[in-house]
Design a protein around this ligand. Structure first.
Ligand code: SF4
Ligand code: SF4
Length: 87
């Protein structure tokens, strides 16, 4: 995977829609354990909301738009993402 995956993949950035920011739909929130993360960037690619982008080569979740689907946690090869109930 190239170092800056944002440059090479046709990933879009989420933006506000008519129902507002979709992060308000979330019940469970993903949390990344950076001590476990191996920077494979798989979570960036699989997030259906394009809500994980890279910052200094580390994945960062945009909670304004993450819907809490759990795909990133399921696909992370090292179990670095856990889902925490928010409400
Ligand atoms: S999938 Fe897991 S190990 Fe890979 S970048 Fe995301 S959090 Fe890190
Ligand atoms: S929980 Fe779903 S929407 Fe939120 S960052 Fe993970 S894959 Fe994307």
């Amino acid at each position: 995977m190239p170092e800056d995956v944002n440059k090479y993949l046709p990933l879009s950035k989420p933006k506000i829609g008519i129902s507002g920011k979709t992060g308000s739909w979330r019940i469970f929130a993903p949390e990344i354990n950076y001590e476990k993360c191996v920077k494979c960037h798989i979570c960036v690619v699989v997030c259906p909301e394009a809500s994980i982008l890279l910052e200094d080569d580390r994945p960062k979740i945009d909670y304004d738009y993450c819907k809490g689907c759990g795909v990133c946690a399921r696909e992370c090869p090292v179990g670095a993402i856990t889902m925490r109930r928010e409400r």
